[in-house]
Design a protein around this ligand. Sequence first.
Ligand SMILES: [Cu+2]
Length: 268
Amino acid sequence: MARALSALLIAIIAATAYFFSRTWLPALATSSGGAIDRQLTLNFILLGVVFCATQIALGLFVWKYRERADPQVVTNTAQPDARVELTWLTIAAALFLGLNIAGAAMQSRVPQVSAEEKPVTVEVTGVQFRWYFRQPGPDGRFGQTKPKLVDASEGNPLGIDRSDPASADDVVSAELVVPAGKPIEVRLHAQDVVHSFFVPALRIKQDAVPGQDTLVHLPSAEPGTYDIACAQLCGMGHYQMNAKLKVVPEAEYRAWLEQQSAAQVARR
Ligand SMILES: [Cu+2]
């Protein structure tokens, strides 16, 4: 019985390790993500050592004090050693504080949008269970939205107020299309519950909270198509919440935006 159980445990651990090694983060598509990867690796190594040491110690104690044919009553009247407790506590506190400070310092060094170049602003909205992407169109202004106008079956999932002139050329799409080499500013929204906008290839992950307007800067990426996922368990259809980020050359982006806006204006 014990042998079968150990074999099962080893099989589960091996399968998990294999699965995670195959489905780990995709190749980096931006230069600014290297620092995040290094920080992540450092965290895994340090916490992995602590985890393994703890599990091995636990196993050793279970083995040492396992059931015996002649059970002896173990009495320990000695006072717990305060120094041992204090040493362990200090190491744990230093580890967690250190990782926190290092992580915050690394995050503050990630380049933000520069002051000189005007960013391209897009709006990303999470709804159970999909993402909507809105671009302001050639006028550069988003039209107003109103919660009472939200009606996906009427083709207005974001509740855009069509009487607002600024909304005439707004483009809503199921894919996020952005120009390569340009700073991108994402305004994150959620309509129902908390979602999390996750672009693994860019190492970007940010919660989208109902009622909040959260700003995220996308680092400039190589042209290509990347996965977007929801990283917050948001309901039964959570697994369906994926979309594509398309980073295209700027001319291609302009042409796409113009064509989409013209189609939008014609539809009115
Ligand atoms: Cu979600």
